[in-house]
Design a protein around this ligand. Structure first.
Ligand SMILES: C[S@@+](CC[C@H](N)C(=O)[O-])C[C@H]1O[C@@H](n2cnc3c(N)ncnc32)[C@H](O)[C@@H]1O
Length: 293
């Protein structure tokens, strides 16, 4: 099976660059948009076969030929819709959703924004849905991922601090300078909820964990990760309620934190007895044994 479309496209960095140059407020996806600058950098053909997506055409800036072969195995995400790079109402009035394709791993990862159409037809993008369905059906695991991304497009963590030192029951948390103003008023609380990143479990194997034996609680029956507090889980986010002993500028001294030194801090929230304490809440008997969480 081979499918070919006319297409225009740009890499994420091209779109970001184009946005800097805004003259007429919007990026133009196709000829029926009367004003704006084209949101693409390249124009040509997109061919799709069993193994790859091939983009070939011209770089409209340099007029040089362009060719990119993307093996389907390299594709890590496909998504139909606007996101925080190509924003619908702020960047483009196009009613046709851009097709986003990410390929390559880690720092070599690249993201393309594509508008595909039937060969010779006028409106770029009217084949984006078809393209998304074809690629999605070839890559069902990615479609699931992109659906999740769709719900929280552009979600990203920003670590706000680090567990600098632990000694016995006490720990010192340093909040990075740029986030320090966010601590104002924190000393009015005796207890805080700390969310930290279990960074030593942040690898593919641990993040695929869905069933665990909570052995420290003397349980020898597998439990789902969402039914226990295992640090191995799809997102290694840990939660701990601690006592706040001291606040000194950007440093909090706390009691009862179960994080290792070096654990990145994701967030801090005040513990509110009225909201966070449910004295008659039910939990299975095994949680009574072993460490608190
Ligand atoms: C069972 S987890 C529970 C974490 C948290 N209280 C919760 O309920 O989400 C706590 C254990 O994770 C381990 N741990 C602490 N910091 C970690 C880190 N940065 N990476 C991996 N494991 C960590 C320690 O053995 C600690 O006793």
């Amino acid at each position: 099976m081979k499918t070919a479309y006319d297409a225009i496209w740009g890499f994420k960095e091209d779109i970001v660059e184009l946005r800097k140059d805004f003259k007429e407020h919007i990026l133009k996806a196709h000829t029926s948009q009367p004003v704006g600058i084209p949101l693409h950098r390249y124009e040509g053909q997109l061919a799709l076969d069993e193994k790859s997506v091939v983009l070939s055409g011209k770089d409209e800036d340099t007029r040089e030929n362009f060719r990119q072969v993307i093996g389907l195995g390299e594709v890590t995400d496909v998504f139909l819709g606007w996101d925080n790079v190509l924003r619908r109402w702020r960047d483009t009035r196009a009613w046709i959703k851009p097709f986003r394709l990410t390929f390559g791993e880690h720092e070599k990862s690249k993201t393309l924004y594509i508008y595909a159409k039937n060969n010779g037809k006028r409106v770029y993008g009217n084949k984006n849905e078809e393209l998304s369905e074809i690629l999605g059906s070839k890559l069902p695991h990615m479609l699931r991922r992109s659906t999740a991304l769709n719900k929280n497009a552009g979600a990203e963590l920003r670590f706000i601090g680090v567990v600098e030192r632990t000694k016995g029951e006490e720990a010192r948390i340093r909040i990075f300078k740029e986030y320090c103003p966010g601590l104002r008023g924190i000393e009015e609380y005796s207890h805080l909820i700390i969310l930290y990143w279990s960074h030593l479990r942040d690898n593919d194997k641990e993040r695929q964990t869905l069933l665990v034996f909570p052995r420290r609680h003397e349980v020898n029956v597998e439990k789902g990760v969402f039914a226990c507090r295992s640090p191995s889980r799809p997102n290694p986010i840990a939660l701990c309620i601690i006592q706040l002993l001291k606040t000194d500028k950007c440093v909090l001294t706390v009691k009862g934190l179960d994080a290792y030194e070096g654990s990145p801090i994701i967030d801090i929230k005040p513990y509110l007895p009225r909201a966070d304490s449910i004295p008659n809440a039910k939990a299975p008997p095994w949680t009574e044994k072993g460490p608190q969480t």
